[in-house]
Ligand binder design. Structure first.
Ligand SMILES: *Cc1c(COP(=O)(O)O)cnc(C)c1O
Length: 389
């Protein structure tokens, strides 16, 4: 494979330019540390944006999940339920704590956690007197899960929710910010997310005391003593003041980024929806997705193209695309973990994995670049159709 065509990335960082002023300020004031005025301000601004009382800025979304699980006292021998169709970071912190993940399948309308599978899992756990310490619900590719149903079930069994909104900052569900439904919510500012601090994450909640404890755990759990004294296990997880400055400038353009990604989705949808066998990831009624990534499924019989072959064609054109996340219950590292499918006969996350493809969706993607992606997909599907006709 060799081409001189310019690389089109899946979801590259998109700076506004104003980040430099915040970085300059951090340098001018010499706040070059994992604390400082930009960290405090970023926490307040983000909490206010998503409608929570407080937020704790940390070094990654993964760290935020780890801290949320610690706040819920997850320890060795516990179980934690988690969406199966997600990035491995959603579940890894469960294992950091020696607990066991139980994976819950997706449902077709949101591609997120299936309430009916969750209900079966909770009912069975209650019967065995082994309810999970937490349920981690993921909002995939920007689409909110069915929170009304999931919150009602978790309330009925009194199991707290951690909302993994790493991919859904800027999305809403029935007018409320995605990530604001659980006891704790987490966001990520990794380089590929809708806004980025290069690397970083944040934990949000109305549990102000809990977040204070999260900050304590994130700074090596140092007791209140002049000498270094520690009575609990801590981590070095706080966000740098330099990066929090980048985050503040990025948060100021978040709404523009959402509009740009939604426009990218609309253009794909207008150009490709008429092709046979193509379906876009749905947007649930009364929700607004940030369309972090535009994702579609290909019916190989109707399109004549498999995900693998389309990925090959795009790669040859120097276009970065990806399959949908491999479900965690299928991952070698989680072999043997319990898993609840949507129904006896429907394994929705497995279907989405075999037929789904994520297209370049960055907010800086130009219309010319997007036209290259669209033409490439149209050509491969039309060629495949004419060959089978
Ligand atoms: C990116 C991501 C994370 C982890 O965030 P990091 O900041 O990379 O640690 C967790 N969950 C999901 C669904 C993600 O996409």
């Amino acid at each position: 494979m060799f081409t001189n065509k310019k690389r089109i990335y899946l979801s590259p960082p998109h700076m506004s330019g104003n980040e430099l002023a915040y970085i300059q300020d951090a340098f001018d004031t010499n706040w070059i540390a994992p604390l400082g005025p930009h960290v405090d301000a970023f926490e307040k601004e983000l909490a206010s944006y998503v409608g929570r009382i407080d937020a704790a800025a940390v070094s990654s979304g993964t760290a935020a999940i780890h801290l949320a699980l610690r706040l819920l006292d997850v320890t060795a021998g516990d179980t934690v339920f988690c969406s199966s169709l997600t990035f491995v970071a959603s579940a890894n912190p469960i294992v950091y704590l020696g607990a066991a993940p139980v994976f819950i399948d997706s449902e077709p309308e949101t591609w997120n956690m299936s309430p009916q599978a969750l209900e079966r899992a909770l009912r069975e756990a209650a019967r065995q007197d082994a309810l999970p310490k937490a349920v981690i619900v993921v909002n995939l590719y920007g689409q909110s899960a069915k929170m009304d149903e999931i919150v009602a079930l978790c309330n009925a069994y009194q199991v707290p929710i951690i909302e993994d909104a790493a991919e859904s900052l800027g999305s809403s569900y029935k007018g409320r910010a995605s990530g604001s439904f659980g006891k704790y919510g987490i966001y990520s500012f990794n380089g590929n997310k809708i806004i980025s601090t290069s690397g970083g994450g944040i934990l949000v909640s109305n549990d102000v005391e809990g977040l204070q404890k999260a900050r304590f755990l994130a700074t090596q759990a140092r007791d209140n003593a002049a000498h270094y004294q520690h009575s609990q296990l801590g981590y070095n997880y706080r966000m740098s003041n330099v990066l929090a400055g980048i985050g503040r400038a990025q948060l100021a353009v978040l709404e523009d980024r959402v509009l740009a990604r939604r426009a990218v989705f609309e253009r794909y949808s207008a150009a490709l929806s008429d092709l046979p066998g193509i379906r876009f990831m749905p947007e649930l009624a009364q929700t607004r997705s940030n369309r972090w990534l535009t994702v579609l499924t290909l019916d190989p019989d109707e399109t004549g193209v498999s995900v693998a072959s389309l990925l090959d064609v795009l790669t040859e054109e120097n276009i970065e695309a990806r399959p949908v996340w491999k479900p965690l219950h299928m991952q070698p590292i989680f072999e043997g973990a319990a898993y609840y499918p949507h129904s006896d006969t429907e394994h929705i996350s497995e279907q989405l994995f075999t037929t789904g493809i994520c297209l370049p969706s960055g907010s800086s993607l130009t219309e010319e670049e997007q036209a290259r992606v669209i033409t490439c997909i149209q050509k491969s599907i039309i060629t495949a159709k004419s060959m089978t006709a």
